[in-house]
Design a protein around this ligand. Structure first.
Ligand code: C5J
Length: 223
């Protein structure tokens, strides 16, 4: 693995140190991406998220080939919903709620088909999978411990949705001292406007939460 590679990024070039970087894929789950899943029951257009899959699959291949640490997260809950606060369960008026039977099993319940990651990005043997009950990947998980154990200081953040779980995770990672690069074409929102401003917010004010960069720049650096 190369020591340090400088990549073109916003708001400034980023010095990527692949041996200290992890690729984080947030919540690329069937319930969010496939028609009939939880995302769609909330009234969302899931095709907006599906455009992320091809570039993210390419970046995942490059990260694996470079020997980088790969971490997948899944948002979801225990079958008895004991880790799902009523405030989350009862929010809004989806046609179906978390735990209800859906097209792919009980919605956002661990062990169900819909809760798992889409086939195109399925975790390889040995890759870390973090099950999280919240929007952020640090809340009620051992993610920080895992990152420390691997000597990770930089995160390449990808996944869905940009303004929700990607932002919550990136903001907390920044507070915890990690340098985050949010990969602009590998994060997705159901709402084009949120996608645009979500990315702008990361790099605004001199990189208030981190950097943004396209996958091509990272793939070129890793290969
Ligand atoms: C949402 C997520 N949007 N993974 N979850 O509820 O962003």
């Amino acid at each position: 693995m190369a020591d340090i590679v400088t990549i073109a990024a916003e708001p400034a070039p980023f010095d990527l140190e692949p041996s200290r970087a992890a690729l984080v894929l947030i919540d690329m789950q069937r319930d969010f991406l496939l028609p009939g899943g939880f995302g769609e029951t909330l009234g969302n257009d899931v095709s907006q998220l599906q455009k992320v899959v091809p570039p993210l699959a390419e970046l995942l291949d490059a990260a694996r080939a470079a020997g980088m640490l790969v971490i997948h997260t899944r948002e979801g809950h225990k079958p008895d919903l004991s880790d799902c606060p009523p405030a989350k369960l009862n929010r809004g008026e989806p046609s179906k709620r978390i735990g209800d039977p859906g097209a792919f099993g009980r919605i956002l319940i661990r062990g169900e088909y819909g809760h798992d990651i889409i086939d195109e990005l399925a975790p390889a043997a040995g890759e870390v999978v973090i099950d999280k009950p919240g929007k952020g990947a640090f809340y009620a998980t051992d993610l920080h411990t895992v990152l420390d154990e691997h000597g990770i200081t930089q995160l390449l953040v990808t996944g869905v949705t940009t303004e929700v779980c990607v932002h919550t995770t990136t903001r907390e990672a920044n507070d915890r001292g990690f340098d985050c690069v949010v990969v602009s074409d590998c994060v997705g929102s159901y709402f084009p406007e949120f996608q645009r401003v979500g990315l702008e917010m990361i790099a605004a004010q001199g990189g208030i939460f981190g950097w943004t960069a396209p996958s091509a720049a990272l793939i070129a650096a890793l290969t």
